[in-house]
Ligand binder design. Structure first.
Ligand SMILES: Nc1ncnc2c1ncn2[C@@H]1O[C@H](COP(=O)(O)OP(=O)(O)OP(=O)(O)O)[C@@H](O)[C@H]1O
Ligand SMILES: [Mg+2]
Length: 320
């Protein structure tokens, strides 16, 4: 029988009267990159804290490569590296000393820690800055250092809580590349994110979590297939006027309109009919269509469908 990297069974977590997690079940295969995708307050960090033995579940069990996280915490922890949502780097120490400190925490022998530390700082583009105090690092540099620190013990399983949130493109790319490289080496990755595109780009499977409950678990592609009927037409106008939104919503065949940056996304089951209607509208209102494309369902559509969140433009439901 193959042992799962993570097996969570009927996990619940209460904080006073608040049920932060409710009957959460999932398993992560050895070598898989698994994403926990959910809005703020959904229970992502709470799940990571339970799986890493920082907090105990109110009910249910979790095992890490077969070791119960509550009863065999040390054996379970030995398999993992953890990168917390809030950085745990020491500002007054240099990057290099932070790395050495982390390797001591993980009981990595000094020489191995130094070798691995150098490799990791190079990998994350921080080797030249190794002697600088972390105090002067940018947010992205700190996050990269935190990741390097989570990898000093060569974990089989890496937990990442929101690894790229709030970072610029360059740091994002470095972090995503490293995650892919780790996966290539057989490391199992469990990450949380509220960034749908990120989940789509790097995860083999995604669990969508909302208000402490899992709404779906599947590969990004299969999740998209579940709502294949939803298609959309993305269109940009010049000039764009505030009235457009209202008018587009009234067009026949359009079931919903979302404004996305300088474009409008018209959800429909009949894209070609909508294209005709939009073209006629533009001609009649003396506005020019500067781009128009048909797009299939996105993971975001699945997310919205499953969680009932947002659809801000229509004002049906607000994010809480
Ligand atoms: N120590 C705690 N005491 C009381 N309530 C808590 C505690 N930790 C989390 N919660 C509550 O549990 C719920 C889930 O929080 P959690 O931090 O797991 O969400 P999250 O999905 O990580 O959100 P975010 O995207 O904002 O990081 C929230 O309602 C939060 O207020
Ligand atoms: Mg969180």
């Amino acid at each position: 029988m193959t042992v799962h990297a993570i097996e969570a069974t009927a996990i619940s977590k209460k904080f006073g009267n608040l049920l932060a997690l409710s009957d959460v079940n999932f398993s992560v295969a050895d070598g898989e990159t698994f994403g926990f995708l959910g809005p703020n307050g959904a229970g992502k960090t709470t799940t990571i804290r339970i799986l890493t033995g920082i907090t105990a579940p109110t009910a249910g069990t979790a095992t890490i490569f077969g070791h119960d996280i509550v009863r065999e915490t040390i054996a379970a922890r030995r398999q993992m590296g953890i990168v917390h949502e809030i950085s745990n780097v020491y500002d007054d120490l240099s990057a290099w000393h932070n790395i050495l400190f982390a390797s001591e925490l993980y009981n990595v022998p000094r020489s191995a820690g130094e070798r691995r530390g150098k490799e990791l700082l190079e990998l994350f583009g921080l080797w030249e800055r190794k002697d600088d105090r972390v105090k002067v690092f940018s947010k992205g540099m700190k996050r990269r250092l935190t990741l390097a620190m989570g990898l000093v013990n060569d974990p089989r399983l890496l937990f990442l809580d929101e690894p790229t949130s709030g970072l610029d493109v360059q740091s994002n790319l470095i972090i995503r590349d490293v995650i892919r490289e780790l996966t290539g080496q057989g490391v199992t990755v469990f990450l949380t994110t509220h960034n749908i595109e990120e989940a789509n780009l790097i995860c083999d499977r995604v669990a969508i979590i909302n208000r402490g409950q899992i709404a779906a678990i599947d590969s990004p592609e299969r999740l998209k297939k579940t709502i294949q009927s939803v298609q959309s037409v993305e269109v940009a106008f010049d000039p764009s006027s505030p009235k457009l939104l209202e008018h587009l919503r009234e067009l026949p065949l359009v079931s919903e309109v979302r404004k996305e940056g300088d474009k409008f996304r018209l959800i429909t089951e009949d894209p070609s009919g909508v294209i005709e209607n939009v073209t006629t509208y533009a001609r009649e209102h003396h506005t020019r269509i500067i781009s128009m494309t048909t797009i299939g369902p996105s993971l975001e559509d699945v997310f919205i469908r499953l969680t009932g969140l947002m659809i801000r433009v229509k004002g049906v439901k607000a994010i809480d």
